[in-house]
Design a protein around this ligand. Structure first.
Ligand code: ATP
Ligand code: MG
Length: 258
């Protein structure tokens, strides 16, 4: 089975990309899959959320510029079957530096090639920054599909047409012919508010089957866990947040067919 590469993306900030990348990665690893979480966001929230230090030179920055191998950047985590390519502030400069290179959209795909060839992983999850800049486009060029978290708020669908346009452009322009919107995930769902329900029904109408059955509830435990550097399932195994990401992991694997 070839490694699946999924980018967790939405150019909107604070919609639950990192929370989803970290917790889904942990739950999929717990289900027996070999998982690589690739932090491509200079904010490095996934890195600290998984309890890793932000260390100079530890990120994908140099391999993206063609210096050294991305294989050397893979680090073990405290959890079995879960590895990570951390981020740190140097990735901030990557947008500008990459813009100057040849094939600047294909840098991540090229850097990931030896990782894919090593067949070490069943799944690579990429945590993207909240923009449609060069780092995000590199993730799109390297991915089999996008997982798009949408916050259950009024403006949830805003920006989705832009995302769709970019997918079409990258696909038709030959940058990544297999790119697709793999799935949409409703996050921060609050069953008590009518707004949450309305947004969910609107999104389901728009995306149909592509929306995960599983929704992630709004719960403070999910917001607390990163400050302890732990995925929710290790921070509070019996919380509703843990249950949601565990069910999501099963649905995710079933959809990916791995
Ligand atoms: P950015 O665009 O800055 O990368 P993001 O899309 O990665 O943000 P997160 O960092 O995952 O979003 O979440 C934004 C904030 O909301 C964080 O403080 C996070 O802890 C909190 N949060 C995420 N999901 C939930 C949830 N289901 N319930 C409560 N809080 C949440
Ligand atoms: Mg984030």
């Amino acid at each position: 089975m070839p490694t699946k590469v999924i980018a967790v993306a939405n150019q909107k900030g604070g919609v639950g990309k990192t929370t989803t990348a970290v917790n889904l990665a942990a739950c999929v690893a717990a289900l027996g899959k070999q998982v690589l979480l690739f932090d491509l966001d200079p904010q490095a929230n996934a890195t600290s959320g998984l309890g890793l230090e932000k260390i100079d030179g530890a990120s994908a920055y140099r391999p993206l510029l063609g210096e050294g191998s991305l294989l050397e950047k893979i680090q073990p985590t405290a959890y079995e079957r879960l590895h990570m390519i951390p981020s740190e502030v140097d990735l901030c400069g990557a947008d500008i530096e990459l813009a100057r290179t040849e094939n600047h959209l294909l840098r991540a795909r090229q850097a990931l090639q030896p990782v894919l060839e090593s067949a070490r992983f069943d799944l690579i999850l990429i945590d993207c920054p909240p923009s449609l800049g060069i780092l995000t486009l590199n993730a799109f060029a390297a991915a089999d599909g996008l997982l798009v978290p949408l916050q259950c708020e009024y403006y949830a669908l805003e920006g989705i047409s832009m995302l769709n346009r970019i997918i079409t452009q990258l696909r038709d322009g030959g940058v990544n012919p297999r790119l697709e919107l793999f799935a949409v995930l409703m996050t921060m769902f609050d069953a008590r508010t009518k707004l949450s329900q309305q947004v969910v029904s609107e999104v389901r109408q728009h995306f149909g089957e592509r929306v995960f059955e599983t929704m992630i509830p709004r719960t403070t435990k999910l917001a607390e866990a990163p400050s302890f550097g732990k995925p929710i399932m290790y921070y509070d195994p019996y919380s509703t947040g843990t249950a949601a990401y565990e069910v999501l992991a099963q649905e995710f694997l079933a959809r990916l067919k791995i």
